[in-house]
Design a protein around this ligand. Structure first.
Ligand code: SF4
Length: 184
């Protein structure tokens, strides 16, 4: 089969629509959960569990890189460049995805980050294209945001845990800071 694809997955709810779409197009999908950006560890585990539920429902295999969950390593990538932290965060995750795709003889790779309306879509696509270069594992660009509503509806119907912030300590603070500062 020449449609073997490695799908980088940020969380369970975001995986639903891309999975359905890729399977419909005849891709043989393997997921990759590699997200050292997620803070704290308990949130990482909660999202992992949600993804396991989605994988069981949609019947696909996921590689969980728990041994590479290294929040300190993630922070070293972004500290002092917080203004541009998403770029480095995407880069870190996509670089690992490309290296695993190459080693695993995948024909393609892509990411569920392209599903979220809250992510920097063009930046992710540009980075993935650059990282793919001339390697054997090609980047498959799909605007998964088209399935935004469908993914949300299914995740609610299946009662899959839906996170309240993007992932890193900075995004968690942004999400909840009103609790200690009031409206600002
Ligand atoms: S906001 Fe999201 S994409 Fe940006 S650095 Fe934090 S976890 Fe990564």
């Amino acid at each position: 089969m020449d449609k073997k694809i490695l799908l980088h997955i940020c969380c369970g709810p975001c995986a639903i629509y891309p999975l359905i779409w890729l399977k419909k197009q005849g891709y043989e999908v393997v997921g990759l959960y590699y997200n050292p950006n997620i803070h704290p560890l308990q949130e990482y585990l909660r999202r992992k569990e949600a993804l396991q539920e989605v994988a069981a429902r949609l019947k696909f295999k996921v590689i969980f890189k728990d041994e590479e969950y290294d929040p300190a390593g993630y922070l070293r990538q972004v500290v002092f460049r917080e203004q541009n932290r998403c770029f480095h965060c995407y880069q870190m995750r996509l670089e690992r995805t490309v290296s695993i795709a190459k080693r695993g003889n995948f024909n393609y790779f892509t990411t569920t980050l392209l599903y979220s309306k809250f992510q920097k879509h063009e930046m992710i696509a540009g980075l993935a294209r650059d990282l793919a270069g001339n390697t054997k594992a090609r980047f498959l660009y799909v605007d998964f945001r088209e399935g935004w509503k469908q993914g949300i509806e299914l995740s609610k119907e299946w009662k899959i845990y839906r996170q309240q912030y993007c992932g890193c300590i900075y995004s968690e603070f942004e999400r909840y800071k009103k609790g200690i500062r009031g409206k600002d």
